[in-house]
Design a protein around this ligand. Structure first.
Ligand code: NAD
Length: 263
């Protein structure tokens, strides 16, 4: 299947490691020029070099903190300055801390809103007019299976990411006439640093071992394995591409069957 991503320009945020990095790499493998961003310049530069070497594509790396509105504006401006346009936007960010409802004060809630909701609002708002002027585009907002089935000990993710789904569905309606598609991808348990940290934190909270926590979750995945970042990235690449030209407004999980509800 030709995805039609050859020569397209993609901006993928929070992409020096984990799922974001896998998405950027997959888009570059499919022929897109890619801009990656994250906070730590050394890690980001290593990721840029790896991707450029493997794919031979133009990859740019911009250091940015996604909780900063000014940094987000700067990333979008520099992408346009270097590549001339943006065809694909993939919004990803670090995850909020884990914990129960009584563990977080207002400041913690607002930090998570900035990281996991406002970064998506700001990126979509900055990029949509550019896509409209360029004749269309594809936005994929990455969230979590927590938007389909709230996860134990992840109240910030469970509550705040739901806003991204409401936003994305609204934007699919508003921006469809401009040729801009907006979809949501929800990773299931995916083998990254973040997953290890979450299992460790939950083991400590519940007085269990890491293996007990990991084993319990593992047993609830019908396909019997955790996702690799590349599993998420292939779905993101598909939704980003012309192959998905009639797909907008969907929220799709890539979770090995973890979510047991109908939708
Ligand atoms: P990860 O820790 O492996 O990678 C996170 C990336 O985000 C890194 O590149 C990091 O530098 C960047 N980042 C973090 N905070 C940032 C900030 N303020 N500004 C800019 N960049 C920032 O994590 P991951 O597992 O790839 O997860 C990515 C997202 O997907 C997170 O929001 C996570 O909660 C969510 N998620 C992960 C899983 C999983 O099982 N791994 C499942 C569902 C959802």
């Amino acid at each position: 299947m030709d995805l039609g991503l050859e020569g397209k320009v993609a901006l993928v945020t929070a992409s020096s490691e984990g799922i974001g990095k896998a998405c950027a790499l997959e888009l570059a493998r499919c022929g897109a020029g890619v801009v990656i961003c994250a906070r730590r310049e050394d890690v980001l530069d290593r990721a840029r070099e790896e991707m450029a070497e493997e794919t031979g594509r133009q990859i740019a790396a911009i250091s940015a903190d996604l909780t900063s509105a000014a940094d987000i504006d700067a990333v979008v401006e520099r992408t346009v300055a270097e590549f001339g346009r943006i065809d694909v936007l993939v919004t990803n960010a670090g995850g909020p801390p884990s914990g129960g409802f009584m563990d977080f004060d207002d400041d913690a809630w607002m930090r998570a809103v900035d990281l996991n909701l406002m970064s998506v609002v700001r990126l979509n708002r900055a990029v949509a007019p550019l896509m409209r002027d360029g004749g269309g585009g594809s936005i994929v907002n990455l969230t979590s299976i927590s938007v389909k089935e709230p996860l134990k000990g992840l109240v910030l993710s469970n509550a705040i990411r739901a806003g991204v789904v409401g936003l994305s569905k609204t934007l699919a309606n508003e921006l469809g006439p401009d040729g801009i598609r907006v979809n949501v991808v929800c990773p299931g348990f995916t083998a990254t640093e973040r997953m290890t940290e979450l299992f460790e934190a939950r083991a400590e909270r519940e007085g269990k071992t890491y293996d007990e926590i990991a084993g319990g979750i593992f047993a609830s995945v019908p396909l019997g394995k955790f996702a690799e970042p590349a599993d998420i990235a292939r779905m993101v690449a598909y939704l980003s591409s012309d192959a998905a030209q009639y797909v907008t407004g969907v929220t799709v999980q890539v979770d090995g069957g973890f979510v047991k509800g109908l939708l």
